[in-house]
Design a protein around this ligand. Structure first.
Ligand SMILES: Cc1cc2nc3c(=O)[nH]c(=O)nc-3n(C[C@H](O)[C@H](O)[C@H](O)COP(=O)(O)OP(=O)(O)OC[C@H]3O[C@@H](n4cnc5c(N)ncnc54)[C@H](O)[C@@H]3O)c2cc1C
Length: 476
């Protein structure tokens, strides 16, 4: 049987149930479609495009150059490919962004009407959202019961599968597929060279993903529980873009981590539970289809955001005058990544101290992160803003000075990204405006010239945020 293997967010050969199914059926036609038409406002961002280009290039090499590239509305393209190739079957790995689910359901129905077999597989999540319900059949809204009572009490996740031993490609399709493009013609790389620097940070592709997991299991996970909060430490896995693009499956990480620890180890449990948060974000988007856009808690609909373009720009550029915030925003821009602790600090600063709508944070992150994931990003921004499921209470406002002191006490992370403060003593590193003039001078810092004055007063902005919060309707 000639089967189209539609790669999407599963850019790997190992532990890919859809690919194995296709290979077991006979010959395959591996394809990738860049479908920005159906994505609407959630078109893939600039940093993710760079990742995608490189990941597709690696996948194509692994498939001996047989991956075929297309751009446009997936359903139209699939119809054309089926007409051209006379393929008898179409397979893919399921995705969970609401727009993709709606599109895929429509495609399944239409293509089946052609008499073509269509099969989708679970390969991006440990537990698919429709399988996890409360005993009364409704869905969870709070993480701990979702994870402990829902996921951990359900069937264990599938054990990872090996890569196909051999792949046979349909040999007669090269010349017949209309509208096929080259990878370069998808124009995923930017015209300017800003991405070259962050390519040095990452070994993109399936092999790089496996190496990243191995490195984390050897060096990071044993200090994960505490170390995951310290941005200068290499205690986190940095696997998030790998999971998003499916260069590695969560199942591979889930079982590899358990292989090296006794059950109940606190570092292991802490890592597995973060994978659980990833599941929860997808679960929420599955049940609340407008989560990417609309406040889950609708009482926030009347919240008095102040949307100020200059303030937003200063936050985006990392020139707010709050060193830990600026460090995070610059790390993001330079590498396409930001440590989770710092994501929470910069997020809280944006929506609470600066009172900018969480949509602005969502959009900037979506464009700049290499792990930009509609489900995780939206759920996380709603959580930060206080309007999401199981959200941080709005009145909990991170103080960027004490957060810096607590989680980057030696200043290694902040000095790396804000080098103009490199000589400032730790005591003043997170609050340069409090440093006596002679210390500033000795450190080569001139506030307002070499480093900005604080964009806002912390105490005043905190009081303003609490005031805005107090105006929200009490019920709902
Ligand atoms: C405002 C905000 C926006 C975010 N946007 C994204 C996003 O677009 N894409 C994304 O993948 N993550 C996002 N996160 C979650 C988290 O920051 C990243 O997943 C994590 O920092 C990735 O680094 P890591 O792979 O080293 O994580 P590790 O600490 O090694 O964790 C392992 C894996 O668990 C998952 N994970 C960890 N923390 C979280 C979390 N808080 N929520 C959900 N899953 C988690 C990730 O898949 C991660 O790769 C966001 C967090 C915040 C606060």
């Amino acid at each position: 049987m000639k089967t189209i293997m539609w790669f999407r967010q599963d850019l790997r050969l190992t532990d890919n149930p859809a690919l194995l199914d296709a290979v077991n059926c006979g010959t395959i036609i591996p394809i990738y479609i860049l479908d920005d038409i159906n994505a609407g406002p959630f078109k893939i961002g600039a940093a993710s495009k760079v990742w995608l280009h490189n990941s597709l290039s690696k996948l194509n090499t692994a498939l001996n150059g047989n991956l075929k590239f297309f751009e446009g509305s997936a359903s139209e393209i699939l119809f054309k490919i089926i007409a051209d190739t006379k393929a008898e079957k179409l397979v893919w790995t399921r995705c969970y962004e609401p727009w993709r689910m709606a599109r895929d359901t429509a495609i399944k129905n239409k293509i089946r009407q052609l008499g073509v077999e269509v099969k989708s597989f679970s390969g991006s999540l440990l537990w698919e959202p429709h399988l996890i319900n409360k005993p009364d059949g409704t869905h969870y809204r709070v993480f701990t019961p979702f994870y402990r009572r829902g996921c951990l009490s359900a069937q264990p996740p599938r054990k990872p599968l090996t890569a196909p031993a051999e792949i046979h490609y349909a040999s007669d399709v090269d010349v017949v597929i209309t509208s096929e493009q080259t990878l370069d013609e998808l124009n995923l790389l930017p015209s300017q060279n800003w991405h070259k620097a962050f390519l040095d940070e990452w070994n993109i592709g399936e092999e790089g993903a496996q190496q990243a997991l191995d490195t984390f299991l050897m060096n990071g996970i044993s200090s994960y529980k505490l170390g995951r909060n310290i941005p200068s430490q290499k205690s986190v896995s940095r696997l998030s873009p790998r999971f998003h693009f499916g260069e590695i499956s969560p199942n591979q990480a889930w079982y590899a981590a358990q292989h090296i620890f006794e059950p109940g180890d606190s570092n292991l449990d802490s890592f597995l539970s973060e994978l659980g948060w990833r599941e929860f974000s997808h679960y929420l988007n599955y049940h609340y289809k407008t989560l990417a856009d609309k406040n889950l808690n609708s009482k926030f609909d009347s919240f008095a955001w102040i949307n100020t373009p200059e303030i937003l720009k200063a936050w985006q550029q990392g020139i707010t005058g709050y060193p830990i915030v600026d460090a995070g925003m610059r790390e993001l821009y330079s590498t396409g990544y930001m440590h989770n602790r710092v994501r929470m600090i910069v997020g809280s600063f944006l929506v609470k101290n600066l009172l900018q709508h969480w949509h602005h944070g969502r959009d900037w992150f979506f464009d700049c992160l290499v792990d930009a994931d509609l489900c995780v990003n939206s759920a996380s921004w709603q959580w930060i803003a206080g309007c999401g499921a199981d959200a941080a209470p709005y009145f909990r406002i991170f103080n960027p000075v004490t957060q810096g002191e607590k989680f980057d006490g030696d200043g290694i992370y902040t000095r790396k990204w804000v080098p103009e403060l490199i000589n400032l003593p730790n005591k003043f590193l997170f609050c340069p405006w409090q440093a006596p003039p002679e210390i500033l001078k000795q450190s080569g810092v001139e506030l307002g010239k070499t480093y900005p004055n604080p964009i806002i007063n912390l105490a005043d902005s905190r009081a303003r945020a609490l005031e805005a919060f107090s105006m929200l309707p009490k019920s709902k």
